[in-house]
Ligand binder design. Sequence first.
Ligand SMILES: Cc1ncc(COP(=O)(O)O)c(C=O)c1O
Length: 398
Amino acid sequence: MPSLAARMSRAKPSAIMAVAEKAKRLKAEGRDIISFSIGVPNFLPGDHVYQAVRDALTKDSGQYGSNRGPDALLDAFIKHLEENGLTGYGRKNVATGIGAKHMLYNLAEALLDPADVIVFPTPYWTTYMDIAEILDAKVRLLPCPATQNYKLLPAQLDAALPGAKLFLFNNPSNPTGMVYTKDEIAALADVLVRHPDVWIVCDDIYNRMVFDGIGYHNFVNARPELRDRVIHVDSLSKTYGMPGWRVGFVAGPEVVAQAMVTLNSNHITNVPEVVNAAAVAALSGPQDVPVAKNAEFSAKRDIVLDALAAIPGLVCPRPQGAFYVFPDVAFAFGKSHNGTLIANDVDLCNALLEAKGVACVPGSAFGEPRALRISYTCPTPQLVPGMQRIQEFFAELR
Ligand SMILES: Cc1ncc(COP(=O)(O)O)c(C=O)c1O
């Protein structure tokens, strides 16, 4: 049998999906499982989205479409950018694809040659590492532990950028939920200005999921001269409760948007027209569902933080966006639960799932083995007992 391409030896299935699969299996076996594992928003989009799909189906919806995306969707996305404070983008600056993941993969393919250096902070969203490894890029990680609130410091960035081709930045963050303030973004933008040979990819997909009035801020508004190097990645998945609809966007320099269109023309061709209709409706229709969900997630964040605050020894920076909490649980390593040694984050998540039926993702999946990730979008009647079970688990450690 002929061999697979060498790059496939570097491709790994998602570590997050492995936990989710185990939780699913235990549930199928009849166990009472509460899952805090997958980063899904757990709500449905508004009725107007479904109505737009029904309407689209009555039209000629089965044809090939534009590789960039239909004008109506490009315009709806440009308006969405403007509402986020990002003005000055036209149709030639934007492109659509099959979710933010696809856009990030395409960007890496368009911007990185093998052995080019990509820089990103850790904790990071797992797929960043996976894409870099498949494409044989060299990863330079910037450790941002809980002691610095999981946030990147300007001096760290400055020291890491010489020789780099691409800086990848995620704000608000998965897995930490941290959100950079206006001043923090401005300080990082000042550093970026000093490194003119580096592309800047901003994975902003949680930009509407920000709490406490902190707001969403970006490098382009902080330092407009960065505009010709900054690429924004966005998605309907989280904000609009549409992860399976698979709609993602980029906005940036014309040459980069055009590269996305060229890549689309060689693999996906286009996002299906009925999905495009749903996307236009989500972006330009009533925003009451995403607004209400954001308020709900902020309240759930508080439930999780209050429960974690009652666990002695646990350290947890306060997240201000997305729907994740990322406590540092290293104080538990070396202890035992019912005779089971907890040597690390993976042991801890396994023991928690086995003993209490609560699924969390080990921090090592995100490059931070001192932590675990709690995704708190489940209904409150599950969230509260789930957090109680986590408290019990830690109280039972010896
Ligand atoms: C930071 C981040 N970027 C991108 C994605 C991918 O989103 P999409 O569903 O649009 O592919 C996710 C999904 O979990 C994410 O958390």
